[in-house]
Unconditional design. Structure first.
Length: 255
């Protein structure tokens, strides 16, 4: 197994680079491919996979040169790829820098993975953790049971943090921590330290933030909160747009 997280605190200051999924190539090329024969479709799919891999490797090289500690690697653009193609993609990127595997809900672009996929992913050198954001507790429990002892399985949903860490999860890659980092650190340390009553009290206090960070597409509400706090400008790049006024007011009240 590759390099591991050095300590629990690093979960909160780790620099994460989200590798682009290059969905635009699927949009541009597939409509043409599907008007041809099956062999051509497979060829185009293969070329897209290869192109995605090349771009992800270059992004990893750039992120590593900028001092990022690990990359969060999404498989959203590999909906039509085999398990081995996805694993090979992970191996190539992991040769450049530590990788965190990412499971996203199918409703927002993720794809279903078998337990065998996760087991093989954990075996790849320099894959250091998994971010599990499916919301499927039976699946999460299975991943936790089968993960190597020194492997970090991280929650990707703030409101699942206590439950997942009680099952053996290592921590959280958090949205709410962008808005309330100090409180989230106290929250995680309370769970890690076995201070159950304190942890549940902080969870109750943080729950409105957990919920309201998703009243619009993430990270729009979080950016609205940060702007209300005077920490960032209210500027966006497409496809993100500024929060609706109702969202801005809600986040202002929440913080």
């Amino acid at each position: 197994m590759g390099k591991k997280m050095r300590d629990d605190e690093k979960m909160f200051r780790i620099g994460l680079w989200f590798f682009g999924t290059v969905l635009m190539f699927s949009v541009v090329i597939f409509p043409v491919a599907f008007r041809t024969q099956g062999r051509q479709i497979n060829l185009v799919q293969k070329e897209i996979v290869n192109l995605q891999q090349q771009i992800a490797v270059k992004e990893a090289e750039f992120a590593s040169s900028c001092g990022y500690d690990a990359g969060l690697l999404s498989m959203s653009a590999f909906a039509n790829s085999s398990v081995e193609e996805m694993l090979e993609h992970c191996r190539k990127v992991a040769q450049v820098m530590p990788v965190i595997g990412f499971y996203l809900q199918t409703a927002v672009g993720g794809r279903l993975f078998t337990p065998g996929y996760w087991e093989k992913l954990c075996e790849i050198d320099n894959v250091v953790a998994i971010k599990e954001a499916s919301g499927n507790r039976a699946q999460i429990e299975e991943i936790l049971r089968n993960a190597p002892e020194d492997f970090a399985v991280l929650s990707g949903n703030d409101d699942d943090t206590i439950w997942m860490m009680e099952q053996g999860g290592a921590g959280i890659i958090s949205v709410a921590s962008n808005v309330a980092p100090e409180k989230m650190v106290r929250f995680i340390r309370a769970i890690q330290g076995g201070y159950t009553e304190k942890a549940y009290k902080l969870n109750e206090e943080l729950t409105p933030l957990f919920i309201n960070c998703f009243v619009e597409s993430n990270p729009i509400p979080a950016k609205a909160a940060l702007h209300a706090m005077g920490l960032i400008e209210n500027e966006f790049r497409l496809p993100l747009v500024p929060a609706q006024q109702s969202t801005y007011d809600l986040m202002t009240d929440t913080i």
